[in-house]
Design a protein around this ligand. Structure first.
Ligand SMILES: Cc1cc2nc3c(=O)[nH]c(=O)nc-3n(C[C@H](O)[C@H](O)[C@H](O)COP(=O)(O)OP(=O)(O)OC[C@H]3O[C@@H](n4cnc5c(N)ncnc54)[C@H](O)[C@@H]3O)c2cc1C
Length: 556
């Protein structure tokens, strides 16, 4: 661990005007917006847990482990010393320790273990805090969280696998699940010729015995081009059957007879970021799998899992924005230029405030979508909101995050570009959330699908924005425009990015007006809902109350 205040006298010069190390962070206590939104949206009953986790996950020790897990990337071990095929990936101990912390903190299953109102909101808060030191552990956490609704389609599989997913024990051993204390599940859909367009999949499955269909055994042959977290105990996989087309299968690492399944890893991908997490390419040759959901309805079955992953992507991007903002605030508060601390320079105040309102708007939107999942069970409107809100949040939050991280990096000047700081790691990590589980266009088209197929989706969206109607002219105008666009059915495919952006800004504006500070809400509406807005950070109007916004963003 780095000392908090390094010695400043060197042989040739004195080192001054550099910030001390940030050290331990309290990811809960210092984040007023997180505390507020968790309470507002029904997660207040878990505050004690979130408090504890905010301290432990924000500790310098955890951030150091994240650095190590990225520096010492996973290694492929295809064969053992006797030449037996084992298809394993070896991780640095720091990665296992981080996963252990995440699993024991229920990041992958809180909502399913505590089934009461607000549990998805609390889960969202956990995601937001955990991804701040390290995004690479979130991939297996996301998939384990998201798989639960898909497994419900097949009671035999649900009964066998859910206890291990609901466990809070991290068991990294590569052995059959009957001998393990906890399990994780991954997902392989993407093939070389088709990722977004999974109907182009060519991997095929044939029944192992005389029976076929749901919960029957199959042998699968083909290739999957992106297989992340390959150390998981099982994977949901899409493959075609001869009669019905794309179906979904649970493919375990170990077969029921106690032998290894043939999940033949070919290589680990050399990625831009997310380096602690292994993403592999895999060949299937008569690989054992059990059908999940109905034959030919594989896309429908796996979509439940995809939806959960999309919420994870949105919350994880919001969390990365938050960490970038904290790093920037720390730096500019402790460095001077031109006789003043940077934080006191008017233009820097504008940049920091602008990033702070973007981060809170992202948090608010992500948490509101999580709350709609909490409310969905007996409420059709909330179910429709969850459907359309997930696509809007994934699109917009993941789109804004890379710009914000880049701007926060620039606040550091030159050292933001140097690898000893966390900024390059955040910068490399952040575009990924936008790509996987559906890149920007795919998300915008999903919004189009939602409003075309579910009449309620457009209505509940407008209702939500209108809940703040009359409070701000700029929001009223956006809402009227959006409403007439949806009524005239003028929602052309080519305009879906613009429409999705309007929806996101409308939702964020309404949420901030209703529940955030008036300074944050005013600055958001005056910038994002103004026709002149060009998107660059640091362009808030001169009359903005910068001090209040910055104080809210980082309260020590
Ligand atoms: C690090 C990493 C890990 C991953 N891990 C996994 C994993 O574990 N399991 C898994 O299954 N997948 C995984 N993926 C794959 C990921 O989900 C896909 O890359 C993603 O869904 C996009 O698919 P694609 O790469 O085939 O791109 P394409 O589908 O070819 O898309 C390319 C571009 O075309 C756009 N596009 C697509 N359709 C349309 C359209 N109709 N109109 C306009 N534009 C369109 C997209 O928005 C995108 O910008 C991973 C990816 C990465 C980068």
């Amino acid at each position: 661990m780095l000392p908090k205040n390094p010695s400043n006298k060197l042989e040739t010069h004195e080192v001054f005007n550099v910030p001390s190390y940030l050290g331990d962070q309290d990811l809960w206590e210092n984040d007023r917006a997180l505390k507020d939104w968790t309470n507002i949206l029904g997660g207040g009953w878990a505050v004690e847990k979130l408090k504890t986790i905010g301290k432990s996950v924000g500790s310098q020790k955890v951030f150091d482990k994240a650095d190590k897990a990225n520096k010492y990337a996973p290694e492929l071990k295809i064969f053992d010393k006797y030449g037996m095929r084992i298809n394993q990936v070896e991780f640095h101990p720091a990665y296992h320790e981080l996963l252990d912390l995440a699993v024991s903190s229920e990041v992958h299953n809180f909502a399913w273990r505590h089934r009461k109102k607000g549990s998805h909101v609390v889960n969202a808060a956990l995601i937001y805090m955990f991804c701040q030191p390290e995004g690479g552990i979130m991939c297996p956490m996301a998939m384990a969280y998201s798989v639960t609704p898909s497994l419900k389609s097949t009671p035999e599989i649900e009964k066998k696998w859910m206890p291990g997913i609901l466990s809070t024990s991290y068991d990294s051993r590569d052995i059959p699940i009957e001998e393990k204390t906890g399990n994780l599940i991954g997902m392989f859909m993407t093939e070389k010729q088709g990722g977004s367009d999974v109907r182009a999949n060519t991997t095929f499955a044939r029944p192992l015995g005389a029976k076929q269909g749901i919960s029957q055994e199959y042998l699968i042959t083909g290739h999957k081009f992106f297989c992340s977290a390959p150390m998981c105990d099982a994977f949901l996989v899409l493959a075609k059957t001869e009669d019905y087309g794309i179906s979904c299968f649970l493919v375990p690492r170990w077969k029921p007879d106690g032998t290894r399944n043939s999940l033949n890893i070919q290589r680990i991908k050399d990625k831009l970021g997310n380096r602690s997490n292994a993403s592999t390419e895999m060949e299937f040759k008569d690989t054992y799998g059990v059908m999940v959901g109905e034959e030919g309805r594989g896309i429908r079955t796996i979509m439940d899992m995809v939806t959960g992953n999309r919420i994870y992507c949105a919350m994880s991007s919001a969390g990365i924005m938050r960490q970038a903002l904290v790093q920037a605030i720390h730096h500019v508060s402790n460095r001077s230029a031109f006789q003043k601390r940077l934080i006191q320079q008017p233009l820097m105040q504008n940049v920091i405030s602008d990033m702070a309102i973007e981060t809170e708007a992202a948090l608010a939107l992500g948490m509101r979508v999580a709350s709609s999942i909490d409310n969905s069970e007996h409420n059709e409107e909330e179910k429709s909101f969850a459907r359309i809100g997930t696509a809007i949040a994934k699109y917009w939050i993941c789109k804004r995050a890379p710009f914000l991280v880049y701007e926060a990096l620039e606040c550091h000047g030159g050292i933001g570009y140097i690898e000893e700081s966390i900024m390059p790691r955040l910068y490399r990590e952040v575009p990924l959330n936008s790509i996987w589980e559906g890149p920007g266009n795919v998300m915008a088209l999903d919004v189009l699908r939602a409003i075309t197929k579910d009449a309620l989706a457009g209505q509940v969206l407008i209702k939500e924005i209108k809940s703040a109607y009359g409070a701000d002219d700029r929001l009223d105008r956006l809402c009227d425009r959006l409403e007439s666009l949806l009524e005239s059915k003028n929602t052309l495919e080519v305009s879906m990015r613009e429409i999705t952006q309007m929806m996101a800004l409308g939702l964020q504006g309404a949420l901030l007006i209703k529940y955030s500070s008036k300074e944050v809400a005013e600055a958001f509406c005056a910038s994002r809902l103004n026709n002149q807005y060009g998107g660059a950070f640091g362009t808030l109007p001169a009359e903005t109350d910068f001090d209040s916004i910055i104080e809210r963003a980082y309260s020590l």
